[in-house]
Design a binder for this molecule. Structure first.
Ligand SMILES: O=P(O)(O)OC[C@H]1O[C@H](OP(=O)(O)OP(=O)(O)O)[C@H](O)[C@@H]1O
Ligand SMILES: NC(=O)CC[C@H](N)C(=O)O
Ligand SMILES: [Mg+2]
Length: 534
């Protein structure tokens, strides 16, 4: 997943960069691999700072000082297509036509076909493996068709309509057109989230923001906000002369509205409201539903046992675990203490790193486990890395029986829309029954949320369906025949590269390894897309 953000301030004498940076801090959980900001100054020039790392490390004060202009866009990246090479950090830039920067959240499932089209039909050079660079060039090629020195809003909407006709997959994007403005648009199924907001200044002027999560808008005072609709775009003009205001356009008829349910399970911050659904409230409901299923299932499988204590696997599952304990009428205890200086383990790219960091990150308190039947609650079980380690720690801390509950149903399929869960074969539930999963992670029993219950927990008046392909293997946009194989191939290549660079002190050494020649090392340099911020 990625976090995206765009800002246009009313006062053209002020810089948007400080707010773009602040906003990045609110979206950091959506991507920890790379961060980038691009701004546009009064002469229509772009200024950029991007690279691998967390926002606070990439955006240093001295680099921020160079980012001038009252509009700009931000990106927080968690690679889900291509590699984690520095050259794939976003925003991406093309100089023709007009100068365009783009930040993208999502994955294009027909990227192979699109790349071929760009090469053979419109002769555009693609310099990385990122599908976002492809998306940007498709947009540029559509704009090019007008063959004008300056485009207007109607041209941009028409070009975006053309983009939506040819690209397939998940995309929420913020785009900046040099000297013109910031554009936000969202895929016709609304798979990835995007919101638009307004902030009224004391002098009556209005600032605008487009962002992945409502929490950024709220925190920055953009109180008047709403979701961008599936298949809709908004253009926010940089120039406010003649009373110019943002323009909205429904570009293509919306298709089946299906936001990715994993936003609610794991990804989004609990204090965000996406598509009118409170992430926090949906997690509370997940705890309730889970509890009622557990009560029934436990009666069947372990009629003689009772749960003594509910313990969350911090952090994401806390909201659901508390409610699950309330519903079960069982004490809730924080049995694991989290070291706040270790990041999200699931996002860490390297398997070995993930395993050891679970123990570095969570420490079990014996007093809460010893001699008790514990119910551990987590939001999801993906590879099983966390759960296996956690169950072992609970047992080492003296637990009698360890039951493990997941707020999500078994994850048995690839996630193809921009959350890099794992290859199907690396998923612990792949080709396994629930009991086999319990055996694999060492638990006495695993309780999974039912999919219909999960949907009920999230659904609202405005949203009845969700993208749930990770649980069913059936994806809302359909998938090109070879897309999943291609995704898995790239993941495997990236893994080999990481394993190799772990073994060698020098990253450059990778280049000499025969079977890695086609893989980009972290130090990969590209012409416009490398943020040389050293
Ligand atoms: O089965 P696995 O492959 O181990 O992945 C699942 C775990 O990964 C996530 O936790 P993470 O530590 O990344 O983030 P959190 O602190 O937000 O819970 C998620 O909350 C699960 O605990
Ligand atoms: N997770 C995302 O949304 C990533 C966007 C894009 N597919 C990339 O890998 O850079
Ligand atoms: Mg977790």
């Amino acid at each position: 997943m990625c976090g995206i953000l765009g800002i246009v301030l009313a006062n053209d004498k002020t810089n948007a960069a400080p707010e773009l940076f602040e906003g990045a801090m609110y979206l950091q959980h959506r991507g920890q691999d790379a961060a980038g900001i691009a701004t546009c100054g009064s002469r229509g020039r772009f200024y950029q700072c991007k690279g691998n790392g967390l926002a606070r490390d990439v955006f240093t004060q001295s680099r921020m000082n160079n980012l001038v202009g009252n509009m700009g866009i931000t990106h927080l990246r968690y690679p889900t297509a291509g590699s984690s090479a520095g050259s794939e950090a976003q925003p991406f830039y093309v100089n023709s036509p007009y100068g365009i920067c783009l930040s993208h959240n999502g994955n294009l499932v027909n990227s192979i076909e699109l790349k071929k089209y760009l090469d053979e039909e419109v002769h555009r050079h693609i310099n990385t493996d990122s599908d976002s660079e492809i998306l940007l060039n498709i947009f540029a090629a559509e704009l090019d068709k007008f063959n004008k020195s300056r485009v207007n809003s109607q041209d941009i909407f028409a070009a975006l309509g053309g983009v939506m006709d040819v690209i397939r997959g998940a995309y929420a994007c913020v785009v900046m057109l040099a000297g013109f403005g910031v554009i936000g648009f969202r895929d016709p199924n609304g798979i990835r989230p995007l919101l638009y907001g307004e902030r009224k200044n004391k002098d009556g002027s209005i600032d605008y923001m487009v962002a992945s999560e409502s929490v950024v808008l709220k925190a920055h005072g953009y109180d008047n906000f709403r979701d961008v609709n599936p298949g809709e775009a908004v253009i926010i003009p940089k120039d406010r002369k003649d009373g110019k205001k943002p323009e909205f356009c429904q570009l293509v008829p919306p298709r089946e509205f299906a936001p990715d349910i994993f936003e609610y399970v794991y990804f989004a911050r609990p204090d965000s409201v996406l598509d009118g659904i409170s992430v926090y409230r949906s997690r509370i409901e997940m705890g309730n539903k889970l509890a009622s299923n557990i009560t029934n299932a436990l009666k069947e499988s372990h009629p003689e046992e009772k749960i003594d204590v509910v313990i969350p696997v911090p952090d994401t599952s806390r909201t659901s675990a508390i409610q699950c304990a309330v519903s079960l009428n069982v004490p809730y205890r924080e049995g694991f203490v989290k070291n706040r200086y270790i990041g999200r383990t699931f996002i860490m790219p390297n398997q070995q790193e993930r395993r050891s960091s679970v123990r570095r990150k969570l420490n079990a308190m014996e007093s809460e486990f010893s001699g008790r039947n514990v119910l551990l609650v987590d939001d999801s079980i993906v590879r099983g890395t966390t759960s296996k380690e956690i169950v072992a720690m609970a047992k080492e801390a003296g637990a009698k029986k360890v039951f493990f509950a997941s707020c999500a149903p078994p994850i048995r399929y690839n996630h193809i829309y921009g959350i890099d869960l794992a290859d199907t074969k690396a998923l612990v539930a792949f080709n396994k029954t629930e009991q086999e999963v319990a055996d694999a992670i060492g638990a006495d029993k695993v309780f999974y949320q039912r999919l219909s219950d999960l949907v009920d927990c999230c659904k609202a008046a405005s949203v009845k369906n969700f993208e749930v392909g990770v649980f069913t293997g059936s994806y809302i946009t359909g998938v090109e025949d070879n897309y999943i194989q291609e995704l898995e191939k790239i993941r495997a290549q990236n893994q080999r590269l990481r394993d190799h660079s772990d073994r060698t002190a020098s990253i450059d050494a990778c280049i000499d390894v025969d079977d890695l020649v086609d893989i980009k090392p972290d130090v990969d340099i590209s012409i416009y897309n490398r943020g040389d911020y050293t």
